[in-house]
Design a protein around this ligand. Sequence first.
Ligand code: 5GP
Length: 203
Amino acid sequence: MKKGILIVISGPSGSGKGTVIKRLMELDRSFVYSVSATTRAPREGEKNGVNYYFIDKDDFRRRIDADMMLEYAEYCGNYYGTPKKEVNENLAKGRSVILEIEVAGAMQIKKKCPDAVLLMITPPDYATLEARLRGRGDNVPEEVIRKRLDTAKVELSHLSEYDYVVVNGDNMVDTAAHDIIGVVEAEKLRVARQSEYTENFFA
Ligand code: 5GP
């Protein structure tokens, strides 16, 4: 059985990453979305075990010590991490697994799992990013917007460490989702992922 592909997707707040991934999962139901663990409080409408596993800091640290996390990072004062077991089980079954994680976690995966595919979803340009973050309304204080913009700058500065960039233009969610499907289809054809074929051809 051929192993599935581990796909890491990052993107700054305002990139539309969540919407693109949601669309991707609708278009191709063969992907498995890895549900992360987090110590942050659930937002309205979020469900335990669906959006995240919501756990407390002691539980999170216990899982780190027990080597149950594939990667983890602290982000805005909370821990976020990928439970190892589910990811490995799905990859072994040949399913491609999506990790929606921030840059520090993505860099850990890059080191630990060299055959993972790292992809960043970005807005078309800085002006669009700013317009999106301001356009969300709900009276977000200026300092919060500035902080999100600064964080986005830091995240985008890691772009060259990723394998692919998918630009998510305004009203282009479908195109971005199809771009990701195209990346994964091409990755499946990599010679390095088809060693069985090259080894058995003349057998
Ligand atoms: P939010 O609190 O908005 O759901 O997520 C904040 C950030 O944490 C996002 O960039 C999200 O991609 C990232 N994140 C979510 N789950 C994980 C995880 O398991 N590991 C890491 N490193 N980052 C995560």
